[in-house]
Design a protein around this ligand. Structure first.
Ligand code: SAH
Length: 194
């Protein structure tokens, strides 16, 4: 294992993730929306996440910038990164399967939105966000650079903390006590902990 191979692996997982999102993306564009909380705020939050998880590490992998922030490569970290990325891809597969037509990249309620509380949604309320945290962690483990590595944690952190409360408020408005009861029995992203 070398730093160059770890970079290619990071890219490979990114491509696999994009392929996995293809079909849900197409389906989502076809499913009518009844209410949307999209707007400037969501645009900025999504931009922060895309920058940290996508643009910054991609520039590092493609152009080795910013080189000055490199630190010595440790193979053991990259093996851990691969393991975390495998779990992450599996989580995305599960969340898309369980959420089905209710999925959206932003905060939308569909015409026939149903509240999903089973499958992986029985374990935590935001398993897709758990998947994104794992993706950000894998980025730290695979890219030996003080800027490109943690950029995903910062970028996705901005999206997560800027959105999760609003998302839960939206779900309470739509599903009332059913969502409150669901909140009472589940954690947000880490089972039993947070
Ligand atoms: N926060 C969830 C879903 C992310 S996708 C997760 O991390 O797994 C965002 C969309 O999912 C929002 O537009 C919201 O309407 C929808 N959503 C969130 N939780 C849901 C649930 N339990 N059941 C159905 N739809 C949900």
């Amino acid at each position: 294992m070398t730093a160059a191979i770890a970079k290619i692996i990071w890219l490979g997982f990114g491509i696999a993730w994009a392929v996995l999102r293809q079909r849900p993306g197409k389906r989502s564009r076809k499913t009518p929306v009844r209410y949307s909380a999209r707007g400037a705020r969501e645009f900025i939050l999504l931009g922060a996440s895309l920058t940290g998880l996508g643009i910054v590490p991609f520039v590092y992998v493609a152009a080795h910038f910013p080189k000055f922030a490199d630190y010595p490569f440790m193979p053991v970290l990259s093996y851990l990164g691969i393991a975390v990325d495998v779990i992450c891809l599996w989580m995305f597969h599960r969340t898309h399967r369980d959420l089905g037509e209710n999925w959206s990249v932003s905060l939308d309620l569909r015409e026939r939105h149903t509240l999903v509380t089973t499958g992986i949604y029985g374990l935590v309320r935001h398993p897709m966000y758990s998947g994104f945290w794992l993706m950000a962690l894998a980025q730290v483990l695979l890219l030996p650079n003080w800027i490109a590595g943690p950029a995903g944690l910062v970028g996705f952190g901005i999206l997560f903390f800027g959105r999760v409360r609003r998302e839960e408020e939206m779900m309470i408005t739509a599903f009332g006590d059913e969502y409150r009861a669901y909140m009472a029995r589940t954690a947000r992203v880490v089972p039993w902990i947070y």
